[in-house]
Design a protein. Structure first.
Length: 210
């Protein structure tokens, strides 16, 4: 069998099987390899060449009969030796031991990316203060002079310090109770703007639904 790395490009299942018995990669060969393809190092580690400037490491493994490819970093940042160590560490995590179960690292990374996207989306949602300010600006023209002055002042005094920074999805009934309870009787008129603005917040939320 010709062991030249330039001929270890895999395109079929039989190619993968043949790759398992080929010699390990050598650092100089790795640095010089620019032909697109997957090149095995053994133990599931592959050098993936997409182009001369896009080369990376990946770990091929099987979980529950399903093939997975786990990225281990670019060749620019990860040497052959480091890629082998990363593969070994990944293998141990996937396999698990008596003290800890195995982990599907590929799915774990997908979940982590989904969490990041969810957090980014949450950060784009308006805060209660932003909702309240929008509501006041939209409706103030139809209020009396007294209420135009009272609403913003009441919100700044009683609502914003407690829930002003919270996003719509973060506000719970307990927040509203804690906010209104101290002023429900003693400052009943003041409590009305807070209750109404809470309703405006939910209207704003529904308006953003698809």
């Amino acid at each position: 069998m010709n062991r030249s790395i330039g001929r270890t490009v895999f395109r079929t299942v039989s190619d993968f099987q043949q790759g398992r018995i080929m010699s390990k990669l050598k650092s100089l060969e790795v640095e010089r390899q620019t032909t697109p393809g997957r090149y095995p190092d053994g133990g599931g580690l592959y050098l993936v060449v997409a182009s001369p400037t896009a080369r990376s490491w990946t770990y091929r493994h099987v979980i529950g009969g399903k093939e997975h490819w786990l990225g281990l970093g670019s060749l620019q940042n990860v040497s052959l030796k480091e890629a082998r160590l990363a593969r070994d560490a990944a293998r141990l995590r996937i396999k698990g031991d008596r003290s800890s179960p195995g982990v599907d690292i590929v799915e774990e990374r997908k979940a982590a990316r989904a969490d990041v996207r969810a957090e980014e989306a949450r950060a784009l949602l308006p805060s209660f203060e932003e909702c309240a300010e929008a509501y006041v600006n939209e409706h103030a023209a139809g209020w009396s002079r007294k209420h135009r002055a009272q609403w913003p002042a009441s919100l700044k005094t009683y609502a914003y310090p407690t829930i002003g920074h919270l996003r719509i999805s973060e506000i719970k009934p307990s927040h509203i109770y804690d906010l209104l309870a101290p002023i429900w009787i003693t400052k009943r008129e003041t409590s009305w703007p807070d209750r109404d603005c809470h309703r405006c917040e939910h209207r704003h939320q529904r308006s953003r639904l698809p």
